[in-house]
Design a protein around this ligand. Structure first.
Ligand code: IPM
Ligand code: MN
Length: 358
């Protein structure tokens, strides 16, 4: 198979973790006889420095001309500490999500048996956890207008807005996923307070009739934040709006043992983008110590979702789990015997080449 992959490594640790994801993708290509062509493009602070725009036209063209997009991370402390900055790296990410119509962000959360002890949560609580969050990604308070400051600067406001179509399209994907999993869907909202949440409930209740096999329940976000820690294994598919999904998925990463492990897929219309959820982690940038596993698992999701390479994808996951079993990982997972970013990528690639038939 021949595929073109746009690689947007971005800022901070993005370039390092993407390099390792590519190393593993190359091993997949070698083992299964595929050909991947990589089209590298700039995004985020790196793109602001080069062009003044965090999502420049050439990058847009690279994304639209590719079969899938592999994304690293975006963000730079020089902007975080400057609230007056006119152009911010994150604007590139948000603009890109809108431009490519990536309205559904899919974030799987798994408790890896070899890492159970690593989590600050008790092993018997997280053992068996396997759920997936469907986060709406192009609406809600992230994009609602009006937003801004009053003229005298004393008041600021954001708008949380949802239209039925925005709710329905991501909900449908979540219901379909639930049908193929444990057939349980939890809508997380704040319907006791927010009008938008009440609209989500109406629409999801309506759609539930189309999916009689799926058991649906409704949970307020504050309660869900607690349940994810108390009984994470009780969830299957969580469906939620943009901001709640952002917060809950960082929280949920604690279950896996490290934020550095979580991959994600952003899908919608024509384009698909895959990225680790960890962000740019500037403190570790350029030091060859960041965990590349989130990026590598994102590459695994990419070849499965975008190219239909399920067996190849499983192969990456097996090789990675073998590493975890052998205690091979970066400092966030194994501080006493930490491997570098590059070593972890190489170990996974080599294991993948040596795996017996899967
Ligand atoms: C994420 C990130 C982004 C978000 C930021 C960088 C804008 O935290 O992908 O979860 O809030 O969506
Ligand atoms: Mn986030």
């Amino acid at each position: 198979m021949q595929k073109k992959i746009a690689v947007l490594a971005g800022d901070g640790i993005g370039p390092e973790v993407c390099r390792e994801a590519i190393r593993v993708l190359d091993a997949v290509a070698q083992r299964f006889g595929h050909q991947w062509e990589y089209d590298h493009a700039i995004v985020g602070a790196a793109a602001i420095d080069a062009t003044g725009d965090p999502y420049p036209a050439a990058t847009q063209a690279a994304c639209k001309g590719a079969d899938a997009i592999l994304f690293g991370a975006i963000g730079d402390p020089k902007y975080d500490n400057d609230p007056s900055a006119k152009v911010r790296p994150e604007q590139g990410l948000l603009k890109m999500r809108k431009d490519l119509n990536l309205f559904a962000n899919i974030r799987p959360v798994t408790a890896y048996e070899p890492l159970l002890e690593m989590s600050p949560l008790k092993s018997h609580i997280i053992s068996g956890t396997d759920f997936v969050v469907f986060r709406e990604l192009t609406g809600g308070i992230y994009f609602g207008q009006p937003r801004g400051r009053s003229e005298d600067g004393s008041t600021a406001f954001d708008s949380c807005i949802y239209h039925v179509e925005e709710i329905d399209r991501v909900s449908r994907l979540a219901f379909q996923a639930a049908e193929n999993r444990k057939a349980k869907l939890t809508l997380v909202d704040k319907a006791n307070v927010l009008a938008t949440s009440r609209l989500w409930r109406d629409r999801v209740k309506k759609m539930a009739a189309e999916f009689p096999k799926v058991e649906v329940d409704y949970m307020f976000v504050d309660n869900a934040a607690m349940k994810i820690i108390q009984q994470p294994a009780s969830f299957d598919v969580i469906l939620t709006e943009n901001m709640f999904g952002d917060i809950l998925t960082d929280e949920a990463s604690v279950i896996s043992g490290s934020l550095g492990l979580l991959p994600s897929a952003s899908v919608g219309g024509e384009h698909m983008l895959f990225e680790p959820i960890h962000g740019s982690y500037p403190q570790a940038a350029g030091q060859n110590r960041a965990n590349p596993m989130g990026a590598i698992l994102s590459a695994a999701m990419m070849i499965d979702y975008a190219f239909g390479c399920k067996e190849e994808s499983d192969c990456i996951k097996l090789a990675l789990e073998d590493c975890l079993l052998a205690g091979e990982g970066t400092e966030d997972l194994f501080p006493k015997s930490a491997k570098t970013t590059e070593e972890v990528g190489s170990v996974i690639a080599n294991r993948l080449l040596k795996l017996s038939e899967v």
